[in-house]
Design a protein around this ligand. Structure first.
Ligand code: IFG
Length: 533
């Protein structure tokens, strides 16, 4: 924290000169100026409160109460508000070139105040953002609410704010009040780093781009038939051998424990929680090719770089399988501060039904013992999922008995119906790229659905939220991640956050995001169903 030093600063409205900001503690500046700051003209390209995606719960504009962001502006973010304050500074500094010190208190008029109320339900993500001529106040019950308010504040600045380099111009925020809270607590994305590996920098950029739309969970699919992507002590061949490939025979790769921790910490600094997935007992050829002893016949299969599914299984009857599972679960959990650990469970077509249940009866307690809530693809609902468990529904049918029964027994359901949320699907049939087994998923399809109406017997009380998975059999480069993700991610983000979803309004607001995405170098898909500028 630096404190703002009163060196020659006057109480007049902020000037353009850069104030001297020093780290010495000094007496706080004189109290707020006696005169009310002059009205601030809003730049033509400054968004209005109703342009925000996802749509806030309530917005009240105050046209003559705009706030000027200048090189005198400070961010006050005491105590647990500091992380969100630092994130706000990270967002604002590059394009403005302003120092924007993050201080513990400031009585200046031109301050952006982040205020934590202590009234709360730790799950409460709501926030109140008031923008006025004499200052901005963002208040929330929890840091998560402050992060949500910062994501909104970011969108109230002109798209130039996303340029990543200094733009010499006027910066101002439209005056008014936004009171907002999410419909669902879990609004997620998934990146499959097993089929094709993507390094730390790509994942960090993905996190930054997702966070701006209040996506608050990133599920990393860390292991599959084609690759094992995270270091596990005591099992070095998982990465020495299991990480050497990817679909198409590329060089693969993996995260050291340090790199995994770096991703987790970066996500936290943007208000995003990482959900690691180790898919078992199917989708395990990378582990099986790394350790012959994990195979029932003691023979390691060759590495696999094609795109079939359902052919691999851990050996259910061998003790070593459970030593392996325990070590992996324990070590991944230890590196993951978030509440969830995803245990996979999908397409175990080479595991007998009884063995499948035996496997999860032994392994699910390991996840709980590691202090995590287990998430599994919905097939694992056939096993004894603990009440803390989450069933992730991913198919296209409107009914699934085991999922419904699990929900009836108190488990939450994470909705990822492939025909609405799978980002590996083509947007339009005519796209030469993308999968099509779940049908084309264009922006309108990703937008016009209700997660509490999609699965029989899984309604409001059972749905934890939504998640949009990006499987990467066909995704090899970062610009393909961008194309498949944006702009469908904005649709999923609004389905997860907002109560009312009105396509005609959304598509107009979405077209307004083009300049922001371009400023962030996001190679988004210019969906024909959106009126792009
Ligand atoms: N199903 C498989 C994924 C991936 C996907 C591609 C799940 C849960 C098809 N499992 O979706 O590994 O191959 O669309």
């Amino acid at each position: 924290m630096v404190s703002l030093v009163a060196n020659g600063c006057t109480d007049d409205p902020p000037t353009q000169s850069t104030p001297t900001v020093s780290a010495q503690a000094t007496s706080p500046r004189p109290t707020t100026p006696s005169t009310t700051p002059k009205p601030v003209r809003l730049p033509d390209d400054a968004p209005s409160l109703s342009d925000v995606i996802p749509a806030p719960a309530t917005t009240r504009a105050a046209d003559d109460d705009n706030f000027a962001l200048t090189n005198q502006t400070a961010i006050s973010a005491p105590g647990d508000a500091e992380a969100a304050g630092e994130y706000l500074a990270d967002v604002l500094r590059p394009a403005t070139g302003f120092p924007l010190p993050v201080v513990s208190e400031s009585d200046r008029a031109d301050t952006i105040r982040l205020v934590l109320r202590d009234d709360g339900d730790p799950q409460d993500e709501s926030y109140r953002l008031e923008v006025a001529r004499d200052g901005v106040t963002l208040s929330a019950a929890n840091p998560s609410g402050l992060f949500n308010g910062v994501h909104t504040l970011r969108q109230l600045l002109p798209a130039d704010i996303e340029r990543g380099k200094t733009v010499d111009r006027e910066w101002a925020l439209a005056g008014g009040v936004i009171e907002d809270e999410p419909r669902f607590g879990y609004r997620g994305a998934m990146l499959d780093v097993a089929r094709h590996f993507f390094g730390v920098d790509v994942v960090k950029r993905y996190i930054d781009r997702l966070a701006q739309y209040k996506i608050n969970y990133l599920h990393l699919h860390l292991a599959d038939d084609q690759g094992w992507r995270v270091e596990i002590d005591g099992w070095p061949r998982l990465t020495e051998v299991g990480a050497r490939n990817e679909v198409g025979g590329g060089k693969g790769g993996f995260y050291t424990k340090q790199q995994y921790r770096e991703i987790v910490a970066y996500a936290q600094s943007r208000g995003v929680t990482i959900v690691p997935e180790i898919d078992m007992p199917g989708h395990t050829n990378a582990a099986l090719t790394s350790y012959a002893k994990l195979n029932c016949d003691g023979t390691a299969p060759p590495p696999y770089t094609d795109t079939k599914v359902g052919f691999s299984s851990l050996c259910i009857d061998k003790k070593v399988t459970y030593d392996f599972a325990r070590d992996v679960i324990t070590q991944v959990a230890e590196m993951t501060p978030g509440p969830y650990l995803h245990i996979g469970g999908d397409e175990a077509n080479s595991t007998k039904e009884a063995d499948y249940r035996t496997f999860f009866d032994k392994v699910l307690p390991m996840v709980v013992d590691a202090g995590k809530r287990p998430i599994g693809w919905h097939e694992f609902a056939k096993a004894n999922v603990p009440r803390s468990g989450v069933v992730q529904y991913w198919r296209i049918e409107a009914k699934d008995g085991p999922t419904q029964r699990a929900a009836d027994g108190g488990r939450r359901v994470l909705m990822s119906p492939a025909n609405k949320t799978y980002l590996d699907m083509k947007y339009e049939e005519s796209n030469p790229w993308g999968n099509s087994w779940a049908g084309a998923v264009d922006v309108r399809t990703a937008y016009e659905w209700d997660p509490t109406q999609a699965l029989a017997g899984v309604g409001d009380g059972e749905v934890l939220g939504v998640e949009a998975p990006l499987w990467t059999e066909l995704v090899t480069k970062e610009d393909e991640i961008e194309r498949m993700t944006f702009p469908r991610m904005q649709a999923i983000a609004e389905v997860g956050w907002s109560n009312s979803t009105e396509w005609a309004d959304f598509r107009t607001r979405l077209s307004g995001q083009a300049e922001r995405m371009t400023a962030q170098d996001i190679a988004f898909h210019r969906s024909p169903d959106v009126p792009w500028p």
